[in-house]
Design a protein around this ligand. Structure first.
Ligand code: DMJ
Length: 543
C-alpha cells in the first residue's frame, strides 16, 4: 500500500538520488510536519519542553550569549574595567567620587527625575513615597562635592515641584532621616530658607504619628490627610525607628522655636530609657504603640531594627553639648552590654564581630548594617569616652573590611555568618539568601571616621577598593548604579535594577569625605551626621 509518509521517511533516512533537490527538500519538510502532527499532544509538549530546556542551558553556559541578552549589564562591566584602569592611575580619588556621583545623577536625571528611585537597568523609576526621595537625599551631597550646576537644578525642582500636600502614606522614620534630615542639613550648609520652609512643612505633617495611646509613634503617616497608623499586621513599631528621629525633630524645634517637635521625640526617649526588658542596656527590636512596652522580647542585635538606637544615644548627647547625662549613661551601658553578650572572634583569623542574641543563644551572624558601629565607637572615643571603645572600633573596622575583601566582587553581602569552630572552615560564610549588596554606606561611613581620627592611610585604601568594586560590578553604562543579588559571582552578580537613595545621600558622600584632605569640611567637632549622613550642627553652648 502506498504510504507517502513512509516513502518520504525512507528517502530521508537513505538519502536517495533526489535528496538534495529542492522538491525533495520540500517533501521532507512536509514529511516532518506530518510526523509532528501524528504525535500525541503529550509527546509534542515533551519535545517542546526538552528543546526549550536545552536552549536555556545553552544560553546560560555561554557568557557571550548572556552578553547579548543582557547587553546593558555586561556593558557596565566592560565600561568599568576600562574605567578602573584610568582611575587606578589617577591621583585624585576625590575626583573619582565626583565622577561617580555625576554618573549616578545622569541616570537619575534621564530616567527618574523627580521620582523616588532610579531603576537603572530598565531605565525607569520606582516610587516609594512619591516625593523625589533621591533628589532630596542627594542635595547636601552635591553641595559638599561642589557640584554646583547639579545642585542648582535640584534646588529649582524643590522650589517649583516639591509638594508635601499629597495623599500618601510615608514611613515616619525613613521620611524623617532622608527628607527632614536632608532639608535641614541643606539649609545649614547653604543658608537658603527655601529648605528650612520645606523642612518645617514636612516636620509638621509628620506630627500625627505621635498621636497614639502610649505616645510611641506609629510607623506610617498620611501627610496629606494628617492621619497615622501602624502597619496592617501589628500595632508594634520598630525600636530603631522610634528612637532615631530625635536629632532631626530636636533641631527643627531649635530652628523654629516651636517645642512641639522636641517634646514629642524626647517623650519617646524618656519612655525607652526607663522601660523594662532591656538586657545589659541592649534593647529588643519592637515596641507596642498601645502599651508603650517592648514586645517580642529576648532577641538582641546591633543590626536591623535596633542599630540606630545606639547611634542616636551618642549623637544626641553630642548634639546637645554633652549635657544630657541619661543619654550618655544608656550609651555606655549598651556598649558594655555589647562587649559582654555579643562579641565573639572567628576562627581561624580571630576577626571580632557582633553576633545576635536570641533567647540566650548567640547566633554568629552580623548584618552589614552593624558596620556603622566602628565609626560611632570612634566618635565616642574622640569625645572622651573610654579608650577601649577605640580598640573595639579598630577590630570591628577590620572585620567590616574583610566582609568586602573576602568576596569575589570585593563587595560585602547584606549578612555575614562567622565561623566559630576551631577545626576548619573560612572565617566568613554567606548564605545564598544573604548575598545581595544594596550599595549600603555603613562601612565607608566608619572608614571616614576612622581616617579622620587616626590618619591611617589604609582606611582610605580600603575605601578606594570599595569604590572600584562599585564601579566594576554595579555601574550601569546608561547612568546610575544598581544593587546586585550575588556578591560572590564576579561573572554575573545579578543586577537588581535599583539605586537606593542612600547611595547618593550617604555612600558617595562618606567616600568623598574619606578622600578629602580638608578636615574642616564638615568638622566632626561642629556637626553630627544623622543616620542618613545629613550633617546637623552641634548646638552652641548658649542655646
Ligand atoms: C539608611 O537609610 C540609614 O543609614 C539607616 O540608618 C540604615 N539603612 C540605610 C542605609 O543602609
Amino acid at each position: 500500500m502506498y504510504s507517502p509518509q513512509r516513502k518520504d521517511f525512507v528517502s530521508l533516512m537513505l538519502g536517495d538520488q533526489h535528496s538534495r533537490s529542492y522538491t525533495n527538500g520540500k517533501h521532507r519538510r512536509q514529511s516532518c510536519w506530518r510526523k509532528w502532527k501524528q504525535l500525541s499532544r503529550l509527546q509534542r509538549s515533551l519535545i517542546l519542553f526538552l528543546l526549550a530546556f536545552l536552549f536555556i542551558c545553552g544560553i546560560l553556559s555561554y557568557p557571550s550569549l548572556t552578553d547579548f541578552w543582557i547587553p546593558s549589564w555586561r556593558g557596565a562591566m566592560i565600561e568599568a574595567e576600562q574605567g578602573t584602569e584610568l582611575q587606578s592611575t589617577a591621583v585624585d580619588r576625590v575626583e573619582a567620587v565626583q565622577e561617580a556621583f555625576r554618573h549616578a545623577w545622569k541616570g537619575y536625571k534621564a530616567f527618574a527625575w523627580g521620582h523616588d528611585e532610579l531603576k537603572p537597568i530598565s531605565k525607569t523609576h520606582g516610587e516609594w513615597f512619591g516625593l523625589g526621595l533621591t533628589l532630596i537625599d542627594a542635595l547636601d551631597t552635591m553641595w559638599i562635592l561642589g557640584l554646583k550646576d547639579e545642585f542648582a537644578e535640584a534646588r529649582k525642582w524643590v522650589e517649583t515641584e516639591l509638594s508635601f500636600s499629597k495623599n500618601v502614606d510615608v514611613n515616619l522614620f525613613e521620611s524623617t532621616i532622608r527628607i527632614l534630615g536632608g532639608l535641614l542639613s541643606t539649609y545649614h550648609l547653604t543658608g537658603d530658607t527655601l529648605f528650612l520652609d520645606k523642612a518645617k512643612d514636612i516636620g509638621f505633617r509628620l506630627m500625627p504619628a505621635f498621636k497614639t495611646p502610649s505616645k510611641i509613634p506609629y510607623s506610617d503617616v498620611n501627610i496629606g490627610k494628617g492621619t497615622a497608623h501602624p502597619p496592617r499586621w501589628t500595632t508594634d513599631s520598630t525600636v530603631a525607628e522610634v528612637t532615631s528621629i530625635q536629632l532631626e525633630f530636636r533641631e527643627l524645634s531649635r530652628l523654629t522655636q516651636d517645642p512641639q517637635y522636641q517634646n514629642a521625640v524626647e517623650e519617646v526617649t524618656r519612655q525607652v530609657h526607663r522601660l523594662e526588658g532591656k538586657h545589659d542596656g541592649l534593647v529588643p527590636m519592637f515596641i507596642n504603640t498601645n502599651s508603650g512596652k517592648f514586645t517580642r522580647r529576648g532577641a538582641f542585635t546591633l543590626g536591623a531594627r535596633a542599630d540606630s538606637y545606639y547611634e542616636y544615644l551618642l549623637k544626641q548627647w553630642l548634639q546637645g553639648g554633652k549635657k544630657e547625662t541619661e543619654l550618655l549613661e544608656d550609651y555606655l551601658q549598651a556598649i558594655e552590654g555589647v562587649k559582654k553578650n555579643l562579641l565573639r572572634q572567628t576562627s581561624p583569623s580571630k576577626l571580632t564581630f557582633v553576633g545576635e542574641l536570641s533567647n540566650g543563644h548567640l547566633n554568629p551572624k552580623m548584618d552589614h548594617l552593624v558596620c556603622f558601629l566602628p565609626g560611632t565607637l570612634a566618635l565616642g572615643a574622640h569625645n572622651g569616652l573610654p579608650a577601649d571603645h577605640m580598640d573595639l572600633a579598630l577590630q570591628l573596622m577590620e572585620t567590616c573590611h574583610q566582609m568586602y575583601a573576602q568576596m569575589e566582587t570585593g563587595l560585602s553581602p547584606e549578612i555575614a555568618h562567622f565561623n566559630l569552630q576551631s577545626n576548619n572552615g573560612r572565617d566568613i560564610d554567606v548564605k545564598p539568601a544573604d548575598r545581595h549588596n544594596l550599595l549600603r554606606p555603613e562601612t565607608v561611613e566608619s572608614l571616614f571616621y576612622m581616617y579622620r581620627f587616626t590618619k591611617d592611610s589604609k582606611y582610605r585604601d580600603w575605601g578606594w577598593d570599595i569604590l572600584q568594586s562599585f564601579n566594576k560590578y554595579t555601574r550601569v553604562p546608561s547612568g546610575g548604579y544598581t544593587s546586585i543579588s550575588n556578591v560572590r559571582d564576579p561573572v554575573y552578580p545579578s543586577p537588581r535594577d535599583k539605586m537606593e537613595s542612600f547611595f547618593l545621600g550617604e555612600t558617595l558622600k562618606y567616600l568623598f569625605l574619606l578622600f578629602s584632605d580638608d578636615n574642616e569640611l564638615i568638622s566632626l567637632d561642629k556637626y553630627v551626621f544623622n543616620t542618613e549622613a545629613h550633617p546637623l550642627p552641634i548646638w552652641p553652648s548658649t542655646s
